[in-house]
Design a protein around this ligand. Structure first.
Ligand code: GDP
Ligand code: MG
Length: 174
């Protein structure tokens, strides 16, 4: 296994009730809880995955509606916001249309046309309830980040400790 893994921060944005918390819960715990919005207080969950032979940890941040979202003062949010303003077309957004098991409010054609016209964003039609395309959508987001030419603002390289490495006999401590 490679000595380095990549940590990606992913932030779920969208109106209240569209299924952000349910998507995070489905992806990370593979569960769907109809009462989730009463109980969830989780700000983020981590999920490790392998994408095209690379090991990635996705740190998935949930948000709870526009009011709370505006009050966030997290560095990841400021980074996303400024990237959004400066170059929205190159920011690795992924668009999800959720609840395809029940409420179709936007057709596939409409969604694809919007994504094409607003920066060629990849889009996924998902269901947190029956798990359709949920993993594919998060993996799609990871692929976009991996493929980005300049990843330095969005990617933190973390060194992992090699437990099998023998100490250097000549090394000294100060
Ligand atoms: P959030 O406000 O965006 O975090 O939305 P929630 O995850 O709290 O979901 C809002 C409501 O929609 C809850 O009652 C969920 O059970 C329901 N819901 C979420 N995802 C789906 C889905 O894919 N299909 C269906 N049928 N209901 C969903
Ligand atoms: Mg929520």
């Amino acid at each position: 296994m490679a000595g380095k893994s990549s940590l990606f921060k992913v932030i779920l944005l969208g109106d209240g009730g569209v299924g952000k918390s349910s998507l995070m819960n489905r992806y990370v715990t593979n569960k769907f809880d109809i009462q989730l919005f009463h109980t969830t207080g989780v700000e983020f969950l981590n999920k490790g995955l392998e994408v095209d032979g690379r090991f990635v940890t996705m740190q998935i941040w949930d948000t709870a509606g526009q009011e709370r979202f505006r009050s966030l003062r997290m560095p990841f949010y400021r980074g996303i916001y400024s990237a959004d303003v400066k170059e929205p077309e190159s920011f690795p957004f992924v668009i999800l249309g959720n609840k395809i098991d029940s409420e179709w409010q936007v057709s596939t054609e409409e969604a694809q046309a919007w994504c094409r016209d607003n920066g060629h964003y990849p889009s996924f039609e998902t269901s947190a309830k029956d798990a359709t395309n949920v993993a594919a959508a998060f993996e799609g987001a990871a692929r976009r980040v991996l493929a980005a030419e300049d990843r330095s603002d969005h990617l933190i390289q973390t060194d992992t400790v090699n437990l099998h490495r023998k100490p250097e006999p000549s090394s000294s401590c100060y």
